[in-house]
Design a protein around this ligand. Structure first.
Ligand code: GLP
Length: 241
């Protein structure tokens, strides 16, 4: 795993943008695996600005997102579908039919997971972008998730519900369940780009870079990937030796 320490969030977002832009330029039909959360927002703003100023085209790009809350549809402003539309898709002119995410409203969750796994085997990610949870989760693969997992429905960890409650009016409003790509779906990507900023990620980052490769820290699976880059700011890197 290649580790880049950026001096701050701005530099982290710029380095991530350079990597993402190279993928889009090398292959205008690339499949981008995308993530939600506050971490990738700086990168997404740079992609939007670049699209506006330089005309980088997303007409033929396809996207697959990591995860979605169970019970929330794309009209709900807390859903990840809504987040992606607002923070990236509307700003880069990508045809909506080229963007994919699990259907949070699916009644038959098993069928929905099977549909998404089939889609992912057709649309292998040229790059998969990831944030990391403070407990070392990637997407919504919580500690204990098998490395062999594919798309599934998870019960969110209490710490994740707490972390994510900052984005909801009340903690009770955070959905308890979510659809997520599995670790095997993530590892299938050609290239992986992990971003982490802030002191609350320092422990998970240390585990990812220097700890044991273990299902107790789902992100540690990434050390087995042949082309994984981690970009951290100085705060997130503060516990690295
Ligand atoms: C969330 C998401 C993850 C995200 C992580 C970190 O629960 N499911 O995909 O990477 O937690 O979020 P943030 O970037 O807001 O710290």
């Amino acid at each position: 795993m290649k580790v880049i320490v950026a001096k701050d969030y701005e530099e982290l977002s710029e380095r991530a943008f350079e990597i993402m832009k190279a993928v889009v330029q090398n292959n205008p039909q690339a499949v981008l695996g995308l993530a939600t959360g506050s971490t990738p927002l700086g990168l997404y703003q740079k992609m939007v600005k670049d699209h506006e100023r330089e005309g980088t085209s997303y007409q033929k790009i396809r996207t697959v997102n990591l995860d979605e809350y169970a019970g929330l549809g794309p009209e709900n402003d807390q859903s990840y579908a809504y987040f992606m539309k607002k923070n990236l898709f509307d700003g880069i002119g990508i045809p909506p039919e080229n963007t994919h995410i699990e259907n949070g409203l699916a009644g038959d969750t098993e069928a929905e997971c099977a549909r998404y796994n089939a889609l992912l085997s057709d649309l292998r990610q040229d790059i998969q972008l990831l944030g990391i949870g403070s407990n070392g989760h990637i997407a919504f693969n919580e500690p204990g998730t098998p490395f062999s997992s594919e798309t599934h429905v998870v019960e969110l960890a209490e710490s994740t519900i707490r972390d994510n409650s900052r984005l909801f009016e009340r903690e009770e409003d955070v959905p308890r369940r979510a659809f997520t790509m599995g670790l095997k779906n993530i590892m299938n990507a050609e290239k992986i780009l992990v971003l982490a900023n802030g002191a609350n990620k320092a422990k998970a980052v240390r585990g990812l870079v220097e700890g044991e490769i273990t299902e107790r820290l789902p992100a540690s699976v990434l050390r087995m990937h042949p082309d994984c880059t981690l970009i951290v700011d100085e705060d997130a890197a503060s516990l690295l030796s």
